[in-house]
Design a protein around this ligand. Structure first.
Ligand SMILES: [Zn+2]
Length: 288
């Protein structure tokens, strides 16, 4: 950044000097035709004219320098990333009890405010999501979860119900951006109920999916449960191995507000037990 700043300032100085020189030459040529017996310098330019030119050039240089300084300050401001957390506790999130650094294939992997995945954790066996089935493009999903999702969608469509994927796997960097935008806009307390601190998001595992529908204008809100699509998903998702991960009235366990749109793939057996008993994944795993 210092090099860029020096280069810009140097360029500015050269441009200002060049402008000064050009102006003087132009003025010299013009003056040589129009001036009569006025006092002239050695080059034939009136001394008063040279003085004015000198001040004009100095003024141009000064204002150009000020403008460049402003631009540099603006640039430096834009380059500032949202504050990257130095520690989760600064945001009211505990230090993790453990941090998983690679995907061991466990489909019951628990990632929440206490159990983390590392920044370079990337799920294995992911496949691209068909763009016609999602509101956002370029998504990847764990193959097993995606296959189950496609079966669920097909059966729903046969009953006249349609929905779209909004989000699946999210990288650490994406989560940094999402989380800090929430914190910057609404504050950490609000954000922590609705968005995961980087490295604590279930989306980072590749096993989670956010679902929306046309009736929801493709948005995500708790109202989803009041629409046929949200109700159908709530009633049937476990048949395909999904659970509604963040249940109503379980915020003290999950750490999040109710999210009828956020599904987590855990396999049919676990999903049916969890959903039929109204459990959270934490309770099912004995880690509540
Ligand atoms: Zn989600």
């Amino acid at each position: 950044m210092k090099d860029l700043r020096k280069t810009i300032i140097l360029c500015c100085a050269i441009m200002a000097l060049a402008l000064c020189s050009c102006s003087t030459n132009a003025q010299t040529e013009a003056s040589s035709e129009s001036t009569g017996g006025a006092e002239k310098s050695a080059e034939g330019v009136p001394a008063s004219c040279l003085k004015e030119l000198f001040y004009a050039a100095a003024s141009v240089r000064e204002s150009a320098m000020e403008e460049i300084e402003e631009r540099v300050a603006e640039y430096e401001e834009q380059q500032k990333e949202p504050a990257v957390p130095t520690g989760s506790t600064a945001y009211g999130i505990p230090e993790p009890l453990d941090t998983l650094t690679s995907d061991n294939g466990n489909l019951l992997v628990l990632v929440n405010k206490q159990h983390a995945v590392s920044a370079d954790y990337v799920p294995t066996d992911m496949v691209p999501v068909d763009g016609s089935l999602s509101t956002n493009q370029g998504l990847y999903f764990k193959r097993e979860a995606y296959d189950a999702y496609l079966r669920m969608l097909e059966d729903a469509k046969n009953e006249g119900i349609n929905f779209m994927i909004c989000s699946t796997y999210r990288s650490y960097d994406t989560q940094v951006s999402i989380y800090h935008n929430y914190v910057a806009t609404y504050g950490a307390e609000w954000a922590n109920l609705r968005s995961a601190y980087p490295g604590r998001s279930e989306h980072h595992t590749g096993w989670a999916v956010d679902v929306t529908s046309k009736s929801m204008n493709y948005g995500l809100s708790q109202d989803f449960i009041n629409y046929p699509e949200g109700q159908w998903i709530n009633d049937h998702c476990s048949e395909y191995g999904f659970i509604v991960r963040y249940l109503k009235d379980k915020t003290d366990i999950t750490g999040y507000a109710y999210e009828p749109w956020h599904l987590r793939y855990v396999g049919v057996e676990a999903a049916q037990e969890i959903m039929s008993q109204g459990l959270t994944l934490e309770e099912y795993l004995g880690k509540a």
